[in-house]
Design a protein around this ligand. Structure first.
Ligand code: AN7
Length: 341
């Protein structure tokens, strides 16, 4: 065992491409909470559950894919791993590379990733490259680089990533006794929705998959690549998703849909989840709930919204969106006024 709580390779080895004895790089990812959201349920008119993927070791769902991608890289004898990233993949790749003793490099769009994610990638000792370009350009360049050098690419174009991420679907089914009508997800590079659908199909289930993108970065909704994607949800500021066709097939085959929500709708859901449900997720994650509230999920009775990353990833947006602190002199009278209003 690699940690006191079994990681997902150990937990689901019979459904993953790993044999007993294969190297496993793990920090006990997966087994994240699924919590009922009473306020969201009331607003949506159905029973809504939140899958708290921010409780993975580096604070996002990427760890599910990364334990598999990095374990496979070690098995193949790789010395170095690399990814392009809007932030969370970089943080996760850097952490798992550090744990495996591999060199990690991450290419991120300059000035466009959340502070917490940058801090993580740097702390884990990855070489952090700030590209004067966007995520789509970064991904194109790392793919070319990996064609020239023996470096393992750990973006979700790597099939091991999807294998790991599909385990979230197994957990949802286990936790809800197989009874789930629809699943709502934020969509960026479109790997995660593809992975969930793969997991559901393998488990013999077929909830409707609803993908939501930010209006300024919604290629799957418009059917056209977006050259200059823009949104406050920096994690999903992606204009040319690598898993485009597969994600569209997942939504079509499951009788779901893809829709867009505005930054304002995303931020409304972001604040509401924190203030009413006690759940602090990052803006991109709130896209799943914003999408459910504005587009609904067909006639689904029981819905799971995936909250893909932790709110602490992006303290800057949080402080911009939250109320202000109350300054106070160190006397009981001042404290009384400050506390009681
Ligand atoms: C919090 O880290 O693409 O549709 O480079 O960080 O599978 O891409 C992150 C994506 C949703 C979208 N929520 O998932 C990256 C990156 C959060 C994310 C997504 C991301 P995909």
């Amino acid at each position: 065992m690699n940690s006191s709580r079994p990681g997902l390779i150990e937990r689901y080895r019979d459904r993953l491409p790993f044999e007993p004895g294969d190297p496993v790089v793990s920090m006990g990812e997966g087994s994240t909470p699924l919590v009922r959201a009473d306020h969201v349920s009331e607003l949506a008119g159905c029973e809504v559950w939140l899958k708290l993927e921010g409780l993975n070791p580096t604070g996002s769902f990427k760890d599910r894919g990364m334990t598999c991608a990095v374990s496979a890289a070690v098995r193949e004898g790789a010395q170095a791993v690399i990814c392009a990233s809007t932030g969370n993949t970089a943080a996760s790749a850097a952490a798992y590379a550090a744990r495996a003793g591999l060199t990690g490099a991450v290419i991120v769009p300059e000035g466009k990733i959340a502070t917490g994610k940058l801090a993580q990638a740097l702390m884990h000792g990855a070489r952090v490259i700030a590209l004067r370009g966007n995520f789509d350009q970064a991904l194109e360049l790392v793919r070319e680089l990996c064609g020239r050098h023996p470096i393992a690419l750990v973006n979700s174009v790597n099939d091991f990533r999807l294998e790991g991420q599909k385990t979230a679907a197994f957990e949802v089914l286990e936790d809800l006794g197989g009874e789930v009508d629809a699943v709502c997800l934020p969509v960026g590079n479109a790997g995660n929705i593809t992975a969930y659908w793969k997991g559901f199909v393998e488990a013999g289930a077929a909830p409707a998959m609803y993908g939501f993108q930010a209006e300024g970065a919604a290629p799957l909704v418009t059917g056209r690549r977006v050259d200059k994607p823009e949104t406050v949800a920096s994690a999903i500021r992606i204009g040319n998703p690598a898993r485009w066709e597969e994600a569209m097939a997942a939504m079509r085959d499951s009788r779901g849909a893809v829709n867009a929500v505005s930054d304002e709708q995303i931020l409304d859901a972001y604040r509401m989840l924190a203030s009413r449900e006690g759940v602090f997720c990052e803006p991109a994650s709130a896209t799943s709930v914003a999408g459910l509230l504005h587009h609904r999920a067909g006639g689904a009775r029981r819905v799971v919204c995936v909250l893909s990353g932790h709110g602490l990833k992006d303290p800057q947006t949080a402080l911009e969106q939250a109320g202000s602190v109350v300054p106070c002199e160190a006397t009981i009278e001042a404290v009384e006024r400050a506390v009681l209003g």
